[in-house]
Design a protein around this ligand. Structure first.
Ligand code: FAD
Length: 367
């Protein structure tokens, strides 16, 4: 049987995880085409900026819940068995303040904050914190074992696994999604395109999805290591400012965050926000610095800004036949709009894409 030719457009965590799962099927011949690749840092490329950790935020009974639930076993397997992927287990503490209900951050984290969270039986060691040990202003909390992903190792690792399975990589920029069909490494037209272009699907010809919008995130990467991950449901510095700490695997440094600024495209770090982030993180986790010290004791590697590819209505995983400017139609499977949860949904989403790719190719064969 001849192989089906697939072009995966994009090289963020969504595209690379999809390419990896598809590449396990020897019936597929795959080319990844992308403007940015692992190693690049750019405001149009969200994946390198992520922490990244697994803190479920999906509502119970929804498709994203399935994506998050189905992603945990793969991330846990990487942390347990494949240290070269740059993923490690980390104990995490989640603090809830009653006054954050209804704020942007409070809403984002509303499922994460629940003491009866749906994922309590998914992640190991889920516990509700006793009220007695809580600091002033904190009304409750939970702790569990999560993972933290060093994206600087993990994204190249995904590329290396794809290469091992025969996937070809090439740089390319398309202005219309259907153009990608002419970029398969064989020189022949691709049978199917996977569109994993993140926030760029807002402008990409043939897609132009106006439901997409950015939620700006700003972080400070430091060398200090507090030994745990911690998150709180909000801050007193503004509804869209957040506080979270996570320590990346394999010398990746510690991420201090953050914010969720919806509709903001600014690519440069705001120095005042950076100071607020550092102060809040020390307040949340005093062990970040030696006793009695402040932000001067933080050893900064770099400041960063990334745009989360948010989408009204949530992640889009759908198949569609799209006609290109040359009049030729191509089967497309979309996988974009992963907001602030692209890593923690990556395997679940890619499994769903895999099913749609199979269906689309079967449909094409019947035509
Ligand atoms: P992207 O990474 O943006 O990739 C898009 C790709 O498409 C790029 O390679 C780009 O070059 C390519 N492309 C776009 N247009 C074209 C074109 N026309 N032609 C060719 N190529 C094109 N998620 C978590 O799960 N856990 C976390 O802890 C977490 N923390 C985060 C912290 C911050 C500060 C930020 C900003 C995000 C965080 N996220 C987290 C969210 C996560 O980073 C995103 O959901 C995820 O990276 C989206 O990946 P993607 O592959 O869909 O898009």
């Amino acid at each position: 049987m001849s192989q089906s030719r697939i072009v995966v457009l994009g090289a963020g965590v969504s595209a690379l995880t999809t390419a990896l799962l598809l590449s396990k099927n020897s019936n597929y011949s795959i080319t990844v085409v992308s403007k940015h690749m692992p190693g690049d840092y750019d405001i149009e490329y969200a994946s390198p900026w992520a922490g990244a950790n697994y803190l479920p935020v999906a509502k119970e009974g929804t498709a994203p819940e399935t994506y998050e639930r189905n992603t945990w076993p793969d991330l846990a397997n990487l942390a347990e068995n494949l240290p070269e992927a740059g993923v490690h287990f980390q104990e995490t503490v989640i603090y809830r303040r009653a006054k954050d209900v209804g704020t942007a951050i409070g809403d984002w984290f509303s499922e994460l904050m629940r003491e009866d969270a749906w994922f309590r039986n998914v992640v190991p060691n889920f516990k509700v914190l006793g009220k007695e040990g809580l600091a002033g202003g904190i009304d409750g909390g939970t702790s569990f074992t999560s993972v933290c992903i060093n994206t600087a190792i993990y994204l190249p690792w995904l590329v290396s696994q794809c290469l091992r399975n025969g996937v070809k990589f090439q740089r390319g920029i398309v202005s219309h999604v259907a153009e990608a069909a002419s970029l398969h490494h064989s020189g022949k037209r691709a049978d199917l395109v996977v569109n994993a272009t993140g926030l760029s699907s807002l402008k990409l010809g043939g897609v132009e999805d106006s439901k997409l919008y950015p939620a700006r995130g700003q972080i400070v990467l430091v060398r200090n290591d507090p030994g745990i991950m911690a998150t709180v449901s909000g801050t007193d510095d503004g509804d869209d400012e957040a506080t979270y700490i996570m320590h990346r695997a394999a010398g990746g440094g510690c991420i201090l965050g953050g914010c969720l600024q919806e509709g903001k495209w600014e690519s440069q770090p705001d120095p005042n926000l950076a100071i607020r982030i550092m102060k809040r993180c020390i307040e949340l986790c005093p062990k970040l610095v030696p006793e009695g010290k402040g932000i001067e004791a933080l050893d900064i590697i770099r400041h960063g800004v990334g745009l989360r590819p948010m989408r009204k209505g949530g992640i889009r995983i759908e198949k569609e036949i799209i006609k290109g400017p040359d009049g030729q139609a191509v089967q497309v499977v979309h996988n974009y709009g992963h907001g602030g949860y692209g890593y923690q949904t990556s395997y679940g989403c890619s499994q769903q894409v895999e099913k749609l790719v199979q269906e689309a190719l079967q449909q094409k064969a019947r035509l």
